[in-house]
Design a protein. Structure first.
Length: 309
């Protein structure tokens, strides 16, 4: 069994497709398929169920996956150790990103990070380090699960509650505002509380996203039930629905100050402050490159060494 076989196996397993797995490891699909077939012959069992819609793991594949990830992590750690002796960081950092937070610096004193800017500067000083950036359809929840499973090295998340196997470095928090059409009855209000808006029709992110979890928890703690007939996976879509009178939402004002047709009204509830944090595994040390990048992110957020969760 070769490490290359395990690398291809993990890529296909995590991507759910030979095509996407081959694209991820930058190898022709035919070569990936041949390598996996060789692995299956050596094991004496198939590791994938091959279907038209993609692949799923067999029992043997499910048993192999965590072991394969552990071996690849150990191999990366060994290379990092040698690279530190040789001088210069290198390797690949797998980063989970969110679509709507942490990318607008120096706005109204909020502590957020311009992640593309940090990555760009890091690339200049460490050109041998590569990045793979991923979003998750399940937002923060999906990223936390990927950190625990060993699929990501670092992830930006919207929570300060770390599950087992995850360590958080909290960068700051962003206040959420009540957003409504300009013709709405509350558009000119100075501020509102949860009771003022509980009967509204809401547009919100899907369950699992940090801001959805925060909002659901705030209403539940207040003993209020709200209706969420519309879900959107990005703020632009959510605010578009609001602007056209289909509902209201909660969103940050930072970065959306010039949104036309939408009023932003302050919320009195202090729990509606979304924390922004960087998550990484707590049960294994980060690579030298990951540790260096995390230090740069914390420095950019003005919180060197900050941690929480």
């Amino acid at each position: 069994m070769e490490l290359r076989q395990l690398e291809y196996f993990v890529a296909v397993a995590e991507e759910g497709s030979f095509t996407r797995g081959a694209r991820r490891v930058r190898v022709a699909q035919s070569a990936v398929s041949a390598t996996i077939q060789k692995l299956e012959r050596e094991l004496g069992l198939p590791v994938f169920v091959r279907e038209a819609a993609g692949v799923t793991l067999t029992d043997a594949g499910s048993a192999l996956l965590p072991e394969a990830r552990s071996l690849l992590i150990a191999e990366r750690r060994a290379r990092d150790t040698v690279d530190q002796v040789r001088g210069g960081l290198r390797g690949t950092i797998r980063i989970g990103t969110l679509t709507s937070i942490g990318v607008r610096p120096k706005s109204r004193g909020l502590i957020v990070v311009d992640l593309p800017l940090v990555l760009g500067r890091f690339h200049v000083t460490h050109p041998l380090v590569e990045f793979t950036l991923r979003t998750s359809p399940r937002g923060t929840a999906g990223h936390l699960e990927a950190i625990i499973a060993g699929e990501l090295d670092l992830a930006m998340v919207g929570t300060r509650n770390a599950p087992d196997g995850v360590r958080l470095h909290v960068l700051g928090s962003i206040p959420w505002f009540f957003c409504c059409p300009l013709r709405h009855r509350l558009a000119d209000a100075t501020s509102v509380d949860l009771e003022d808006v509980a009967d509204e029709m809401f547009v919100d992110f899907p369950p699992g996203w940090g801001n959805r979890t925060m909002t659901d928890r705030a209403f539940a703690s207040a003993g209020l039930v709200r209706q969420v007939p519309f879900e959107a996976a990005d703020q632009e879509t959510a605010l578009g629905l609001v602007r056209n009178g289909l509902g209201v939402t909660l969103a940050p004002k930072v970065g959306n100050e010039h949104e036309e047709g939408v009023a932003f009204v302050a919320m009195d509830d202090e729990s509606l402050q979304l924390p922004v944090a960087m998550a990484l595994p707590s049960d294994r040390p980060p690579s030298a490159a990951t540790a260096a990048l995390l230090a740069n992110i914390l420095r950019a957020a003005g919180r060197p060494g900050a941690s929480g969760g």
